[in-house]
Design a protein around this ligand. Structure first.
Ligand SMILES: [Zn+2]
Length: 269
């Protein structure tokens, strides 16, 4: 699952193509001849908002990609051996020396400036947890608190996954962040205090930036714990002892999507 940290990783990987003229563009069939109009244009620096990747082009249009559950990018020097079967390729961008391939992602669309400005799904997104970059975090906490409050009695964990509330947090970081903030994921969203939410952001944001530097597993614990195999606080640790208090970790499923949620019933209140 591509949480916000993975999308930032993708944006970084596309760096070798930025500024270079595109020599070949492949998009899903429904775009007809439009991809050919992009040949000769240059890719401008990618932008991200939560789990959405935006690739602006020198001609003024923007490619919008969303990876959902299985989307992934492969970027390399030409010629590149594809990691997956060609039928899974949703978008392919080639420059003279590099190519970038987006697999599986359900969203690949080319937007004019007007279409981008009026994009309903993008406009509804909550503040981006990764906004501002690693050294200058610019996450709009007040707006996030406002949107969380509006969700009243809904349990806080699924509320955090709703991209209209906060953009970029996925299932792993929501469980891990709530553990570090000592907040029970079942609590009504409106009951979580601003101080508790501050603790949540303070724990989650650096954890996610740390995640932008690594591939594969999502480790959330400090490195000194990894040697003992302790790479996560609660996620996928059902019935294992809490690293803080020893209480068995519980798995609960919360509406509306019943995603797996892990917690320590003693540490989180
Ligand atoms: Zn505990």
């Amino acid at each position: 699952m591509a949480e916000g940290h993975a999308v930032i990783r993708w944006a970084r990987r596309l760096a070798p193509l930025v500024g270079e003229p595109l020599v070949h563009v492949q998009m899903p069939k429904r775009w007809g001849e439009r991809p050919q109009t992009l040949v000769g244009q240059r890719l401008l620096p990618p932008r991200t908002h939560g789990k959405h990747l935006l690739l602006p082009l020198s001609g003024g249009e923007t490619l919008h990609c969303h990876g959902a559950q299985y989307g992934s990018w492969q970027v390399g020097e030409r010629p590149m051996e594809l990691r997956k079967e060609p039928k899974h390729v949703r978008l392919r961008l080639d420059t003279a020396d590099h190519e970038a391939v987006f697999y599986h992602g359900p969203t690949v669309e080319l937007l004019t400036p007007d279409e981008l400005a009026a994009h309903e799904r993008l406009n509804r997104l909550g503040p981006d947890i990764m906004a501002g970059g690693e050294g200058s975090p610019d996450f709009d906490r007040a707006e996030a608190v406002h949107r969380i409050r509006q969700r009243g009695e809904d349990p806080i964990k699924p509320v955090l996954l709703d991209q209209r509330v906060v953009a970029g947090i996925g299932n792993i970081y929501a469980s891990e962040g709530l553990f570090l903030a000592r907040v029970d994921p079942r609590r009504p969203a409106a009951s979580v205090t601003e101080a508790e939410l501050d603790a949540l952001w303070d724990a989650t944001i650096p954890m996610m930036w740390d995640g932008t530097t690594r591939y594969g597993r999502t480790e959330t614990t400090p490195r000194e714990m990894w040697d003992e195999g302790h790479t996560r606080w609660v996620y996928q640790r059902k019935n294992k002892p809490c690293h803080v208090c020893g209480t068995p970790i519980e798995l609960v499923r919360l509406p509306p999507y019943e995603r797996a949620t892990y917690l320590c019933p003693a540490c989180q209140r």
